[in-house]
Design a protein around this ligand. Sequence first.
Ligand code: 13P
Length: 249
Amino acid sequence: MRKKIVAGNWKCNTTLQEGVALAKEVNSIVKTSDVQVILGTPFIHLTEVVKLVDNKAIAVAAQNCAAEPKGAFTGEVSAAMVKSTGAQYVILGHSERRGYYGETSEILNKKLALALENGLTPIYCCGEALDVREAGKQNEFVINQLEETIFKLSADDFKKLVIAYEPIWAIGTGKTATSDQAEDMLKTIREAIAAKYGKAIADETSILYGGSCNAKNAKELFAKPNIDGGLIGGASLKAEDFNTIVMSF
Ligand code: 13P
């Protein structure tokens, strides 16, 4: 059975002290053993948060890693550095990274390879902008994103991934995709995985929905057969709301 996952993406929020306080609160209130909970913190929080999270259900993720293994790349943080903090996951391909920092499929392929080489599990994000959705081209757009990146991986590497579908028009806007829209896309993604890697791998791949997922709408989204959980932005910054989402399966 594929994993149910609720991952928080704190983005560029919380000072170290605020982040430690938030992680402590989440650590103390989350009571589950059948959902993998992940805290996606800023780089500088990773070491502290890894140390204080003793709840077995909770793992820690970075929100990015460098496209180069090491060297003269001022300001970058490598996959090996992320791994050395004790973090287990790394979010890659978030639309904010693609949109604001020019991350192309080529760059993402390097990051994916380095993350996997260093034993990190990528949470690979995909999703279309509003104009693509309005033109009815969202399925081909998203499948193309996958074909240019993760569908180039070997089956053995692909099996290690988590995928997150995050329509850009739903991120931080309060405008969630309906549960039917989200389910349609996740089903399309799972069918594409089955066509490429076979049904067994498709059935084992956790695919998450992200975009204004919150304590009120998570239950309806997670009730859909292809939605294995959520990648949560704003609502992951409030421990009670985040826990309600974790409990929404
Ligand atoms: P919001 O939940 O704030 O819409 O953000 C979603 C997201 O981008 C998670 O990666």
